[in-house]
Design a protein around this ligand. Structure first.
Ligand code: KDG
Ligand code: MG
Length: 403
């Protein structure tokens, strides 16, 4: 028995908000888990301090599966992003402790490395097609083998994925939601033009990705997928709102462009139909919002049966703690596809010292025992929480739309 003696929540804002759970055990080993839910950080912090931590103290840190079942099956109110992010933080911290106890990097505990590195995709964005393609060329020079392309849309003042700052796209930009205006009619013709220009400038020896960010109807998504086919995209992500998996049947009828979805999923039940009917090619759930390594492993195993590969969400609102854990998972998981890597700011990297490193288009989690990510609490305390919300979207006539 390795008794859990204490656990606490650390909230910090080195440029953006992060919530971290720290679990202490008798003997001095500690583990960290990311509990950040963009724009809803304090809801998860409160769930942890009010409901999880009091029931966690005194338990055996080695009993990861039992603790996962205790907080999932043992709760009458199951699932949802707040609950599952809190459970994920506990689970990640416990896997960190188990690997540290063994003196091994986490991927060795999961089953060892299945590959030499984790292929990642970076974000190239710009206000115009020209700017986006130039930015993609910069990523190509940095060694990236996969690049996500998002460009501004003529006639729309702002759109998802296009930052004001080249390195860090942080949509949660104000205490209350910023309102943006959306038009699928204006957006749709721009994407194929962007991909055409990108193939011309970057060639074919590079993977290109695009995120629709849940904005299209199924038939619009089918058309976009078909328009992109000549440019062989790696994937079209989140083409329609993710709540209705049946919509993907319609998209699939119309295009062979590979489909990815799931960054907003928090349980295997969200992904079951999509995987079993082979309606998607990549499942985007990650360690943090889908119940930790214990649950993500279950989702990936189901996906493997149906030829669906992983493509873990890795935006900057997932902290380096989540990234570290995800990279160990990615290095092991047999049906790995790709990992998103947006890069954190220098301030964030300083607050979360980590063992992972980038080389030749791939990340490697490093060989430090555990998941290899720590927190400098003194530095973290210098960045107090700042309220920040994700934007909302309205159509041009004022109707509320999906952001
Ligand atoms: O919190 C929301 C972001 O993580 C999301 O908008 C980023 O869609 C995203 C992506 O693919 O990284
Ligand atoms: Mg996305």
């Amino acid at each position: 028995m390795l008794k859990i003696t204490d656990a606490r929540v650390i909230v910090t804002c080195p440029g953006r908000n992060f919530v971290t759970l720290r679990i202490e055990t008798r003997g001095g080993l500690h583990g960290l888990g990311d509990a950040t839910l963009n724009g809803r950080e304090l809801a998860v912090a409160s769930y942890l301090t009010g409901h999880i931590i009091p029931a966690l103290i005194g338990r055996d840190a080695q009993a990861i599966e039992d603790i996962w079942q205790y907080f999932y099956r043992g709760a009458y109110w199951r699932r949802g992003p707040v609950t599952m992010s809190a459970i994920a933080a506990v689970d990640t911290a416990l896997w960190d402790i188990k690997a540290k106890q063994a003196g091994l990097p986490l991927y060795q505990i999961l089953g060892g490395a299945s590959r030499t590195g984790v292929m990642v995709y970076g974000h190239a964005n710009g206000s115009s097609i020209e700017e986006t393609v130039a930015e993609a060329q910069r990523y190509q020079t940095m060694g990236y083998r996969a690049i996500r392309l998002q460009s501004g849309v003529p006639g729309l003042a702002a759109t998802y994925g296009v930052s004001r700052d080249k390195l860090f796209y942080e949509p949660a930009d104000a205490a209350l939601p910023t309102e943006t205006i959306w038009s699928s009619a204006k957006y749709l013709p721009t994407v194929a033009k962007l991909f055409e220009a990108a193939r011309e400038a970057l060639g074919w020896d590079i993977h290109l990705l695009h995120d629709g960010h849940h904005r299209l109807t199924p038939i619009e998504a089918g058309r976009l997928g078909r328009d992109l086919e000549p440019y062989r995209p790696f994937w079209l992500e989140d083409a329609t709102p993710a709540e209705n998996p049946a919509a993907f049947r319609l998209i699939r009828q119309h295009t062979t462009t590979p489909l990815a979805v799931g960054e907003v999923f928090n349980s295997i039940w969200d992904a079951k139909l999509l995987i079993e009917e082979q309606l998607i090619d990549y499942i985007r759930t990650t360690v943090l919002h889908a119940g930790g390594i214990t649950h993500l492993r279950r989702i990936a195993s189901l996906a493997d049966l149906y030829g669906v590969r992983t493509g873990c969400h890795g935006a900057t609102d997932l902290s380096p703690v989540c990234m570290g854990a995800a990279l160990h998972f990615d290095l092991w998981v047999p049906n790995f596809g790709i990992q998103e890597y947006m890069r954190h700011s220098a301030e964030t990297d300083a607050v979360f010292p980590h063992a992972y490193s980038f080389n030749d288009g791939a990340l490697h989690p490093g060989e430090a025992p555990g998941h290899g990510v720590d927190i400098d609490e003194k530095l973290a305390a210098e960045y107090p929480y700042r309220p920040a919300s994700l934007p909302i979207n309205r159509l041009e006539d004022g109707t509320m739309h999906n952001w």
